[in-house]
Design a binder for this molecule. Structure first.
Ligand SMILES: [Mn+2]
Length: 445
C-alpha cells in the first residue's frame, strides 16, 4: 500500500468501489481521483487477480490507501464507483449508519440501496465511460498510463466494445482515451494475462470432458470440474475454453469441498451470442455479470441440479423472447397441387416472388420455386401439374422457434423462405427479410 498517506492528515473524503474490484471498478476509482482531487482512494482488500497484478506493477503511480487507514467517524464525503449497493462495499458499509454523510455515486448497473446525495447512474457499457464524460467536461489532462488503465476497464466491461450493453458513448470514450495515448498492446496484456500451471491443468481437464448440446438452437457446453483449493482466474479459463470448443455459450462448473463438508459450486459463464445473456442468467442464480460474461456462487445444491438449472434458464430465456409466429406472414399465398406449371409461372411473375408453397386442404405438400422450372425439358410439360416438379423435401419450422433458429435453418439449406407448420398445417411463412427485420430491430410496434 502507498506510504504517501501520512498520519497527520485526516482523511475526510474517500473514493471506493465494490469488493472483487475489476478493471472497470479500479479504473473508475482512478478517474474519480482526478475529478475529486481532495479525495483519497480506498481500494477494497479483495480485487480481481489481473487488477492485483496491474496494481503491483504500478504501485508508485496511483495513490491509494487500505481501508485500515480510514477512521470512519472522520469521513464527510463518500464517492462510490461501479456499484450502488452497500452490501458490495465490504467493511466500509458501516458508513451506512451515518446520516450526515454526503454520498456521490457513479454507476452503470441497475438498482442499489445507497441513498446518494448526488448520483450518476445510467445503463451504459462501463462506469469508466461516465467518468470520461466528466473528465472531458473538465478538460482534464490524463497521462498515457491513466488512459491505458481506463481503456482496460472500458474494454473489459464492454468485451472490447462488442457486448450488446455497449453504447455509442462507450465507443467515443474509447476513442478519446486512444487520443490520449492509451496503449492497446498493454490493454490486451492486462486483460489476457498468461496462463499459469494451475489454469492450464483446469483447462486441459475441461477439454477432456467436453460435451456439447443444443439448447433451444444455441450450442452450449457445460463442463464440470472438481478443483482443489483456490485457483485464480477461472474466468479466463472459461473464456479460453469457449474459444476452443467454439460454442455460443460455455459454462464452467467448479466444484470444491467446503470445510463443513458441503459442496460449493463456482459457476462461470461466457457467451458469444447476443441472444444469450449470461449476466441475467447468472442473476437468476444469485450471481451477476454482463451479457457476455457472468458468474454465480451456488452452495448446498448438487452439481447435476445446477447443470439442469442452466439448461432450464436458457430454454426459458428463449420462450419469453420473440417467436417465429410474431414475425411470419399469413395468410400464405399458395397453389393447389393440380395447378399447371404454366399457371404457376404466371403467378410467380405477377407476384414478383421466387417460390410458392403447394397446399392441398391446408396441408403443405411441397414448394415450387423458379429453380424447379429448369427441370422442364419440353414445352408440353408446362401443362403438367405442379406436383410433378415441386420439391417435396421441404424444410419447415414450428411457430414457437426463435428468429435465430429460423435464420440458421435458412443459411444451412440455402433457402430464402421457410414455411411455418403446426400439426402438419401451413400457418404462415417466414422469409429472410422477416428475420433480418428482427435482427435489426425494425420490428413494428
Ligand atoms: Mn463495471
Amino acid at each position: 500500500m502507498s506510504l504517501l498517506q501520512t498520519d497527520d492528515r485526516t482523511i475526510t473524503q474517500i473514493i471506493t468501489t465494490h469488493r472483487n474490484a475489476d478493471f472497470d471498478a479500479f479504473a473508475s476509482m482512478v478517474a474519480a481521483s482526478l475529478i475529486y482531487p481532495d479525495a483519497t482512494a480506498v481500494v477494497p482488500r479483495a480485487v480481481n487477480p489481473n487488477v492485483r497484478a496491474f496494481m503491483s506493477i504500478h504501485k508508485d503511480i496511483f495513490d491509494y490507501v487500505d481501508r485500515r487507514s480510514i477512521v470512519a467517524e472522520s469521513v464527510q464525503r463518500l464517492i462510490v464507483v461501479d456499484t450502488a449497493d452497500w452490501s458490495r462495499l465490504g467493511p466500509l458499509s458501516v458508513l451506512k449508519q451515518r446520516t450526515d454523510l454526503w454520498i456521490d455515486v457513479w454507476d452503470h448497473h441497475e438498482g442499489g440501496d445507497i441513498d446518494a446525495s448526488w448520483i450518476c447512474q445510467e445503463p451504459i457499457g462501463a462506469t469508466v465511460t461516465l467518468l470520461v464524460r466528466r473528465l472531458k467536461e473538465l478538460r482534464k489532462l490524463i497521462t498515457p498510463i491513466q488512459a491505458t488503465l481506463l481503456l482496460t476497464g472500458l474494454y473489459e466491461d464492454t468485451g472490447n466494445l462488442s457486448f450488446s450493453s455497449c453504447t455509442p458513448e462507450d465507443a467515443y470514450a474509447a476513442g478519446w482515451l486512444l487520443d490520449r495515448k492509451a496503449d492497446l498492446s498493454l490493454v490486451a496484456k492486462f486483460l489476457r494475462p498468461a496462463y499459469g500451471e494451475k489454469q492450464k491443468d483446469v483447462l486441459f481437464e475441461m477439454l477432456k470432458n467436453t460435451s456439447r448440446m443444443k439448447v433451444n438452437g444455441y450450442s452450449v457446453s457445460i463442463s464440470r470440474i472438481r478443483v482443489e483449493g483456490h485457483v485464480n482466474n477461472l474466468a479466463l479459463v472459461v473464456r479460453m475454453y469457449r474459444d476452443i470448443v467454439n460454442v455460443d455459450a460455455a459454462f464452467g462448473l467448479f466444484e470444491s469441498q467446503q470445510k463443513n463438508g458441503r459442496t460449493k459450486c463456482m459457476l462461470i459463464g461466457r457467451s458469444d451470442h447476443d441472444g444469450l445473456d449470461v449476466g441475467s442468467l447468472m442473476k437468476s442464480l444469485g450471481g451477476g455479470g454482463h451479457p457476455g460474461a457472468g458468474s454465480a456462487m451456488v452452495t448446498g445444491v448438487n452439481p447435476e441440479a445446477v447443470e439442469q438449472m442452466i439448461v432450464d434458464l436458457i430454454e426459458g430465456n428463449q420462450q419469453s423472447s420473440v417467436q417465429i409466429s410474431d414475425l411470419m406472414s399469413f395468410p400464405v399465398f399458395s397453389v393447389p397441387s393440380h395447378t399447371s406449371m404454366a399457371e404457376v409461372a404466371k403467378i410467380l411473375r405477377r407476384r414478383g416472388c421466387t417460390g410458392l408453397p403447394v397446399v392441398d386442404d391446408e396441408e403443405l405438400k411441397g414448394i415450387i420455386s423458379r429453380r424447379d422450372f429448369k427441370k422442364i425439358r419440353k414445352e408440353s410439360q408446362l401443362s403438367s401439374p405442379v406436383k410433378a416438379f415441386m420439391s417435396t423435401k421441404t424444410v419447415t419450422i414450428q411457430p414457437g422457434k426463435s428468429p435465430i433458429q429460423a435464420a440458421r435453418v435458412m443459411v444451412r439449406h440455402d433457402i430464402g423462405r421457410l414455411p411455418v407448420v403446426e400439426d402438419g398445417k401451413l400457418i404462415g411463412i417466414i422469409t429472410r427479410s422477416d428475420a433480418m427485420t428482427y435482427f435489426y430491430d425494425l420490428l413494428p410496434d
